[in-house]
Design a protein around this ligand. Structure first.
Ligand SMILES: Cc1cc2nc3c(=O)[nH]c(=O)nc-3n(C[C@H](O)[C@H](O)[C@H](O)COP(=O)(O)O)c2cc1C
Length: 178
């Protein structure tokens, strides 16, 4: 059976809350607690076959981390450690949190930054989603019309989160159930 791990970055806790919901909804496939990326190493991630990875966006379209003004280190400090790492054995499902009304020109950009970084390491991706139920101007997380993962907006569309999340978990579960 595939080993599935959940890793996240956060500042105010939304992305952690979603990580916990993912772990609960995927039990018993996910057996371990979600890990904050500031406490993880590249080797910790490579110990899994499937990675579910979450990030909010901070600053103006930046990864969370000290430079973007978050209170702790996060993805921005982790990313340089990925250089040269091989993730070709890993399948990755990304999710991102953002604010489409406050930051319509940089909506969930950090999701796109993580996608590029793990793609450079040879990772395989699952869980792209449609962008039609969001209103924004620009996002680095788009490939064509699709987001490179699940997009949640707890600031403006909180009521849509449960359905978006459970639909996505059903879709990505096919990767280890088949
Ligand atoms: C200072 C600040 C900057 C932000 N910048 C962006 C941004 O550029 N793009 C975006 O989509 N969301 C942006 N957001 C919204 C957060 O990503 C969103 O509130 C998210 O749910 C926070 O997640 P967390 O609670 O896990 O830290 C910003 C929020 C704050 C407070």
């Amino acid at each position: 059976m595939a080993k599935v791990g959940v890793f996240f970055g956060t500042d105010t806790g939304n992305t952690r809350k979603i990580a916990k919901q993912i772990a609960q909804q995927l039990a018993p496939v996910v057996t371990e607690k979600p890990v904050n990326i500031r406490n993880a190493s590249v080797e910790d991630l490579q110990a899994y076959d499937v990675l579910i990875i979450g990030t909010p966006t901070y600053g103006e379209g930046q990864l969370p981390g000290l430079e973007a003004g978050t209170s702790t280190e996060s993805w921005d400090e982790f990313l340089p450690t990925l250089a040269g790492a091989d993730f070709s054995a890993q399948t990755i499902a990304l999710y991102g949190l953002g604010d489409q009304i406050g930051y319509p020109g940089n909506f969930v950009d950090a999701l796109g930054i993580l996608y590029d970084a793990f793609a450079d390491c040879g990772a395989n991706f699952i869980g792209f989603t449609g962008s039609e139920s969001y209103a924004f101007q620009r996002s680095r997380a788009l490939v064509g019309e699709q987001f490179v993962g699940l997009v949640l907006d707890e600031d403006n569309q909180k009521e849509l989160t449960p359905t978006r999340l459970s639909d996505w978990l059903t879709a990505i579960s096919a990767a280890w159930s088949s």
